[in-house]
Ligand binder design. Sequence first.
Ligand code: PGA
Length: 253
Amino acid sequence: MRRKIAAANWKMNLRIEQGEALLEGLLSKNIELKPHQHAVFAVPFPYLTMARDKVAGRANYAVAAQNCSHKESGAYTGEVSAEMLQSVNIPFVVLGHSERREYFNESNEMLARKTDLVLSKGMTPVFCCGEALSIREAGMQNTHVEQQLKESLFHLDATQISKLVIAYEPIWAIGTGKTASSEQAQEMHQHIRNVLSARFGPEVANGISILYGGSVKGSNASELFSQPDVDGGLVGGASLQVEDFAQIIMALK
Ligand code: PGA
């Protein structure tokens, strides 16, 4: 069975004591995860080891970085390498979030290099893709997402791509309160799976978890996650609230 994942993306929010309280609040709910279900917390770099220690010993709870450098090591002041994340035992790294693509000029080509580095250190990339509103209005969303996947991931082999998690996040739904309908999400997730299937074969494509992101809340998670190709969510705003994110974890199928 494919992994089902509720991934919190804290973005650049919270002081450390607020982050600690949020994690403690969630963990105190003792939500039991089945073997195929995972709760992942993408926290800011300075909080990674704190969060890692908080979830330690909790089956299927894990921590993610929100980014890493496309350079391996060296004179890149302010950057954090994949190897550094590996050295503090971080299992997941979110790559290519639309905010990084937009505000920090991350290109598909740069993301191919980040993906390689994260995989080479034995960590799981959570690779984000998705289209802006103007692209959807022009009916070009499928081609756009296909191009993101092709340019960043098609150089991988079947074993490597099998280790990835994909997150589809339509930019027009991020932080706007405007969620894609479950039909729109399913349609794109199926398209992504078809694109992966054409390149890597149906068996590989069927094993890859594809998360939906963009205004996922406690109140809509269950409906979204009930779609056959939606394997969970990457959640911003609602992941900063204990009750909301708890509901999202419990909505995993
Ligand atoms: P949102 O953000 O849930 O606040 O829309 C999702 C994301 O950007 O990952």
